[in-house]
Design a protein around this ligand. Structure first.
Ligand code: CAA
Length: 389
């Protein structure tokens, strides 16, 4: 009999600040309907100057360590596409901030927004090899496009930390997976740029191609039938994209695309993404968090996951919700992470967007802005300095 492996705990974090789309619309003269209805976004998380992927990741992971301890964790996999260093893994800073033992392997993974799903699958492989071990998977990203570009409305920032192990308390991850890779230039960020480049319409088309491709492979690998799933957690660069993807999948499989059926399959997965914005690697797992936190009892129900990373790699897989999962949710803390954000006006957001460290190798302190448990205190001799408060 195969052992049960999956997500044992899940915790989210986001930024200090939030910009409502009403403020962006007022600044650039866009009809708010385009944001609220057209792309399905209400607001975007905006990191403080002293926050980054490391501080958000540590904030998401710390409660998991507090609840489960660190004795069984021998691997930390950090998925991101907004990396802070070309060589050193961001997870090493997190390892230090949350006090993991030295006998830990730490690595950073990248393939656009797909990275956290690769991390989850690799974690499952490690746990299968030694069921006594747990793997800490962290997805953390700051989604940043050029100011005044079409992508600007789809920015955001968040981290999701997941503890992966045997006999999971939340979701058992299942075989098979449907896989799809295609060499496309829909969204990318050259090393010399701090903001992503994107061909918006091309990226939507590439995502839909990947939905088809993963589903075809998933079916050929002997996966579940579409109607078995209680809900679908899609990667959500903007929440309307989940609706486009699911409509496309239903069409591809020859089903009707009834609005109410689609809304019931997706509706409860979008609550966090719609107010946080795109969080790249974390996005699909924020969808899962919102679903588990809000839905009526899902015990024993299969969920579908579609993870898409531009460039592109995608994976369709399933998980079954475990009996008693509600006792292990962090609903209040998750809601608090979102509601504690302070609203900024457009001018402040723009300033934060443009804020960056000088590159002269000097000592540069960051303004003290975050009220979270970890902060990026500054940079000295090109080295980032983090603090626990
Ligand atoms: N009221 C209601 N709806 C309105 C409206 C109004 N007043 N005005 C416009 N709309 C609708 C449009 O009809 C359109 O809907 P449909 O797509 O259903 O036709 C929607 O609002 C968006 O309008 P546009 O296409 O004209 O908007 P845009 O040119 O500003 O581009 C975007 C939108 C392509 C999503 C752009 O924000 C972008 O490039 N975002 C970044 C890329 C991205 O997120 N791509 C997604 C797939 S790639 C991926 O998933 C990886 C990743 O994380 C980046």
């Amino acid at each position: 009999m195969s052992i049960s492996i999956g997500i044992h705990d899940l915790s989210i974090a986001t930024s200090e600040y939030v910009l409502p789309h009403t403020a962006l619309a007022e600044y650039n003269g866009t009809d708010i309907g385009k944001y609220h209805v057209g792309i399905g976004q209400e607001s975007m998380s905006v990191p403080a100057a002293d926050e980054d992927i490391v501080t958000m990741a540590a904030t998401a992971a710390a409660p998991i360590i507090a609840r489960h301890g660190k004795d069984r964790i021998r691997t930390l996999v950090f998925a991101t596409e907004s990396s802070i260093d070309q060589a050193k893994a961001a997870g090493i800073y997190v390892h230090s901030l949350i006090g993991l033992p030295s006998a830990t392997r730490v690595v950073e993974l990248k393939q656009a927004c797909y990275g956290a799903t690769a991390a989850l699958q690799f974690a499952i492989g490690l746990v299968r090899r030694d069921p006594a071990q747990q793997v800490l998977v962290i997805a953390s990203d700051v989604s940043k496009y050029e100011l005044d570009s079409p992508g600007e409305a789809t920015q955001g920032a968040s981290a999701v930390a997941m503890l992966v192990g045997v006999n999971p308390a939340l979701v058992r991850i299942e075989d098979p997976s449907g896989l799809f890779t295609a060499d496309v230039m829909d969204f990318w960020r050259p090393n010399y740029l701090s903001t992503a480049l994107v061909d918006g319409q091309e990226s939507i088309g590439a995502y839909l191609q990947a939905v088809e491709g993963t589903w075809k492979d998933y079916s050929e690998q002997g996966g579940r039938a579409l109607e078995e799933f209680a809900a679908f957690c899609y990667h959500q660069p903007f929440t309307k994209m989940a609706y486009k993807a699911h409509t496309h999948l239903l069409n591809y499989c020859g089903y009707d695309t009834d609005k109410d059926v689609i809304a019931s399959a997706l509706g409860q997965t979008t609550a966090y993404n719609t107010v946080i914005g795109n969080s790249y690697t974390a996005s699909v797992y924020l969808g899962l968090a919102a679903l588990l936190d809000q839905a009526d009892d899902l015990t024993g129900k299969p969920l579908a996951f579609l993870s898409y990373g531009s460039g592109s790699v995608a994976e369709f897989f399933s998980g079954t919700v475990v009996a008693g999962y509600r006792d292990h949710l962090r609903t209040e803390a998750n809601l608090q992470a979102i509601s504690r954000r302070k609203t900024v006006d457009y001018a402040t957001y723009r300033e934060l967007h443009e804020w960056k460290f000088p590159t002269d190798g000097g000592d540069h302190a960051t303004p003290e802005q975050t009220t979270g448990p970890f902060r990026l205190a500054g940079i000295s001799g090109h080295k980032r300095i983090y603090q626990t408060r």
